[in-house]
Design a protein around this ligand. Structure first.
Ligand SMILES: [Mn+2]
Length: 427
């Protein structure tokens, strides 16, 4: 069974690197088929890290919904249209199934073949030596595409009078069979969450596969689980610090590449230890990783900041969505987005367009409000752009700044400094 390791949607460097490094550790400590993935496109800064440390980047995934190809029964034979009816009957017989799909010479799906159909044919013609392709096949009521989401086709399949469903690719080529009983099987994948635990912030489809482990440094808002799970949470500046701690506890030494990736996660989340979220453990862990990777935290931070900022490289809609977290709290649904920008005057010149993009997001996602926190990691300040429910904005303790922004001197952390103010403002 496949085990995914995945950080939050709109991934940041900490999410991507902790997923990559934890997948490596789980592989070394004996979990088979572990795949680190990224919930959406890789951020440019994560690409820089992979490139800089010569690592194959983890794969972006739009979702982890269970697809029809994931429940395909690969042990079931397909009937070749060139087989004789007699050979087909023997194939059916030895498979123990009541029908099997027939594949044409060019790979296309032709129809379903069942013993009853064969018997009728034999009674009518008295001959089973002709090729299957020349016989009349059973028209199939439900042909599945390999990319169909199981949750979309399950009900119709279970209600269907058929027990076997042929699966085709986008070109109509037959790939195999899904058996009705497979719709009742447990999901074919499991999930390890890093750098988040709120399902709302996770990759779409997360609710369909069981979470077996969480490694996180955020507030806990995780649903009760059916089985015991491994849960590692602590108040540190970066999920990568926790992953590094797990390497140590397991007696495993990170490779140069893994150590470099972990440094990148730590310095980007702690803003090179300036953020109030950073702890002594983050610093000490980073010092250990520096020895293993041969690079200093300062160099890695400089490299990360050399990658064009969101405001330089993205449209306003992309910029406000690039690191956006959704929260549902006290009956309010809202997004807190954050971008890092060492040049706040660039933010001021774009404030109107960003506000318009936020208005579109508020309408599009049915939010009560949205706040965009623009953080200058070099000077250690942030400014806030707020759209939506006016009463919440009025309850926030921040002074007004230029271009309709709110000033947040010394504020660097969305989770530790902005979220509590927002929650307080909700009353
Ligand atoms: Mn993090």
């Amino acid at each position: 069974m496949k085990t995914f390791v995945c950080g939050h949607r709109n991934p940041d460097v900490d999410s991507v690197m902790s997923a990559y490094a934890l997948a490596e550790l789980r592989r070394r400590t004996g979990t088979d088929n572990v795949v680190a993935i990224c919930a959406g496109l890789l951020p440019d800064r994560a690409k820089w890290v992979f490139d800089h440390f010569n690592i194959t980047p983890i794969r972006p995934h739009r979702d982890v919904y269970v697809r029809v190809r994931d429940i395909l029964d690969e042990t079931l034979p397909m009937i070749d249209a060139r087989m004789t009816l007699l050979e087909a009957l023997r194939t059916l017989e030895s498979s123990g199934e009541s029908s099997l799909p027939v594949r044409a010479e060019d790979g296309m799906f032709l129809g379903m073949l069942s013993p009853v159909r064969l018997l009728n044919y034999f009674i009518a013609k008295g001959d089973l030596s002709i090729p299957v392709g020349q016989a009349t096949l059973c028209p199939c009521t439900q042909i599945l595409n390999e990319h169909d989401c199981v949750h979309d086709v399950r009900t119709a399949a279970i209600r269907s009078s058929h027990n076997h469903f042929p699966v085709v690719d986008d070109q109509g080529r037959l790939l195999g069979t899904v058996v009705k009983r497979s719709f009742a099987l447990p999901p074919p994948a499991r999930m390890i969450l890093v750098d988040h635990n709120e399902i709302e912030q996770g990759i779409p489809g997360l609710d369909e596969i069981p979470v077996v482990e969480v490694v996180d440094h955020h507030r806990i808002s995780f649903a009760p689980t059916k089985e015991p799970i491994r849960y590692t949470a602590d108040v540190v500046g970066s999920a990568c610090t926790l992953v590094a701690r797990m390497y140590r506890a397991a007696g495993e030494r990170p490779t140069r590449e893994v150590a470099g990736a972990l440094i990148a996660g730590i310095v980007s989340d702690t803003l090179l230890f300036q953020s109030p979220t950073s702890t002594d453990e983050d610093r000490k862990t980073c010092a250990w990783l520096e020895k293993l990777s041969g690079e200093t935290a300062e160099d890695v931070m400089r490299g990360l900041l050399s990658v064009a900022s969101p405001l330089q490289s993205m449209t306003p809609d992309q910029a406000v969505a690039s690191d956006a977290k959704t929260y549902v709290e006290s009956g309010h649904r809202f997004i807190l987005a954050q971008i890092e920008e060492t040049n706040l005057s660039l933010f001021h010149t774009h404030a109107d367009e960003l506000a318009a993009a936020m208005d579109r997001a508020v309408a599009g996602h049915g939010l009560d409000f949205m706040a965009l926190m623009v953080t200058d990691p070099v000077r250690g300040n942030s400014e806030l752009l707020y759209r939506g429910q006016e009463s919440v904005r009025r309850a926030l303790p921040f002074r007004r700044g230029p271009e309709g922004t709110l000033l947040m001197p010394g504020v660097l952390s969305r989770k530790k400094q902005l979220l509590p103010e927002i929650l307080a403002a909700l009353g």
